[in-house]
Design a protein around this ligand. Structure first.
Ligand code: NAP
Length: 501
């Protein structure tokens, strides 16, 4: 499907440059949520640029067997587009992807999406107070840019010596090769995070042998999934307030049970240990699977089938470090070569890859600006980048609940900013360096005592350069509170109203 809608872009007859007021980069959950809310608020002059041939972000790309959300679905959906039809408490990938596409269609957003259009570069034109974007389909001028490229959108391929020499087949969980039949094959899986824990139990029954390479054991926690009955769904249709009530209950479950696992993990660690003891009878295997750091330090693996799968006769859990990949398998540091036909990389994602191609007012990219530390004001705006907003930027991710509880306050914040610009004839605004710095000092102080920095582990939450610039150091309500009002006093504004034409 290639729906390239030129009608939503206003083309300058002289230059051929397309113009739009708001350019959204990325059509995943956050970008489409921004688009839906713009439509709902009466804005029509916006375009979503998506490099892929379909919308859906994470839920388009992560189609591995068993891919599912581990945050309850009523909560892992837009508050402004509830879905009474979830068939499971924790929906699978296909259902989530359908939901995103359906609500985008129903809210009239698909007409604003330019598929297979990558934003290649962009620069702030100070004089015109506009962003000039080079896309794979031509130049676009935009007053505002909302970057919604996803913090975990690029697979991380480990730098393992010899990986390129492997004679079998290699692919990453985030780009599952559905053409490659694993039946009867000797399969090696590298990584035991949330993704691997979901696909390992699915592929284990069909492969001849499964070798799981674990670098660090993860804490696991019960998933508590079940089917949602037809009767429940009918009730949600009839009484939407009931669904909101269920959503509220799920919100508090994630905040209080899983959020507390991060704040005070004693009880949840005990639950996890008891479950490990019940699910894994072999003491040696249990020893290998017992984490040596505090729960919550790494993302908790919320899964019921992973540990039992590891106990199956055709599965080996290897904890010796990988020395290198050979043409025929994986050589571990103890000198054993594990012979394999296929290697599946469950090795996670580059975090906030800042594939961000834009150059700000001083001509630098975010990558350059963030050489020392990734920092933004409220995780949303960056000094030096006028009229630029990021969804799920630095310190806005979560380990315990729905990422949408962070993206939605950001979306509302951007809407308020646009309304402020309309009301006061603002051409551009740029967050003050002092406001951004003050905000980040507070964040880093709070992060210093969290389990992510003190829990004794390494994880994608941490960054070699700057500690943790990924997660929000608290519960969701404090993030929502911080963004509840567009704090225009923290922005320098240019009152040069330039009617968009
Ligand atoms: P991940 O949590 O980053 O796990 C990557 C795994 O690969 C880890 O076990 C890691 O070991 C291992 N690894 C990485 N490089 C390695 C190397 N060079 N040698 C050996 N092992 C290596 O990635 P993920 O499982 O794809 O999950 C990423 C995030 O996506 C999750 O944390 C979660 O936030 C999200 N997710 C959510 C769901 C859901 O249900 N909502 C499902 C899947 C993923 P170390 O631990 O030692 O680094």
């Amino acid at each position: 499907m290639t729906a390239v809608q030129h009608d939503v872009l206003d083309t300058d007859g002289d230059t051929g440059v397309d113009r739009v007021r708001v350019a959204i980069v990325g059509a995943g959950f956050a970008g489409l949520g921004m688009a839906i809310r713009l439509r709902q608020a009466g804005h029509h002059d916006f375009t979503v640029f998506e490099r892929a041939a379909e919308v859906g972000g994470t839920w388009r790309d992560n189609s591995y067997p068993g891919a599912a959300v581990d945050v309850r679905s009523h909560l892992y959906s837009y508050s402004f587009a509830p879905n009474p039809d979830w068939t499971q408490v924790l929906a699978g990938q296909a259902e989530l992807w359908d939901y995103i596409r359906r609500v985008s269609r129903e809210n009239g957003v698909m007409d604003h999406v330019r598929l297979e259009t990558e934003v290649l570069s962009g620069a702030w034109d100070e004089q015109a107070q506009r962003w000039r974007l080079q896309t794979s389909r031509g130049e676009v001028e935009a007053q505002f840019v909302v970057s919604a490229m996803g913090p975990l959108s690029r697979p991380s391929v480990p730098d393992l010596p010899g990986l390129g020499t492997f004679a079998g087949h290699v692919f990453h969980s985030g780009r599952w090769d559905h053409e490659h039949d694993l039946t009867g094959k000797r399969v090696g899986v590298i990584g035991t995070g949330s993704s691997a824990a979901q696909f390992i139990p699915e592929i284990q029954p069909e492969v001849a042998h499964l070798t799981v390479f674990q670098r660090t054991p993860h804490w696991t926690f019960p998933r508590l999934n079940r089917r949602i009955t037809d009767r429940e769904r009918a009730l949600y249709h009839r009484f939407p307030a009931l669904q909101r009530l269920v959503r509220a209950r799920q919100y508090w479950y994630h905040e209080l049970v899983l959020g507390s696992a991060v704040q005070n993990p004693l009880v949840t660690e005990t639950v996890s240990k008891l479950r490990l003891r019940r699910q894994v009878k072999d003491p040696e295997l249990r020893r290998k699977l017992t984490p040596g750091y505090r729960m919550g330090c790494k993302r908790i693996v919320i899964n019921d089938t992973f540990l039992p799968a590891l106990t199956k006769p055709n599965v080996d859990l290897v904890t010796d470090p990988i020395a290198r990949i050979t043409p025929t398998g994986v050589l571990t540091a103890d000198g054993t070569e594990h012979l394999l036909d296929t290697i599946v990389l469950g090795t996670g994602f580059q975090v906030m890859p800042v594939a961000d191609p834009l150059r700000g007012r001083a001509g630098d990219t975010l990558t350059e600006r963030w050489a020392e530390r990734r920092a933004a004001h409220l995780g949303t705006s960056v000094h030096g980048f006028p009229n630029y907003f990021m969804l799920v930027g630095p310190n806005t991710a979560t380990g315990h609940t729905s990422i949408l509880l962070y993206a939605e306050p950001q979306i509302e914040y951007v809407l308020q900013a646009l309304e402020h610009a309309d009301r006061h004839g603002i051409g551009s605004f740029e967050v003050r360096q002092s406001a951004q710095d003050a905000y980040n000092v507070g964040i880093q102080e709070r992060l210093a005592t969290t389990v992510w920095t003190t829990g004794g582990c390494d994880s994608w939450y941490l960054n070699e350069r700057d500690g943790t610039s990924v997660l929000w150091p608290g519960f969701t309500w404090s993030f929502r509170k911080a963004l509840r009002r567009f704090d225009h006093e923290n922005y320098e504004m240019t009152r040069t109203p330039r009617p968009h034409a």
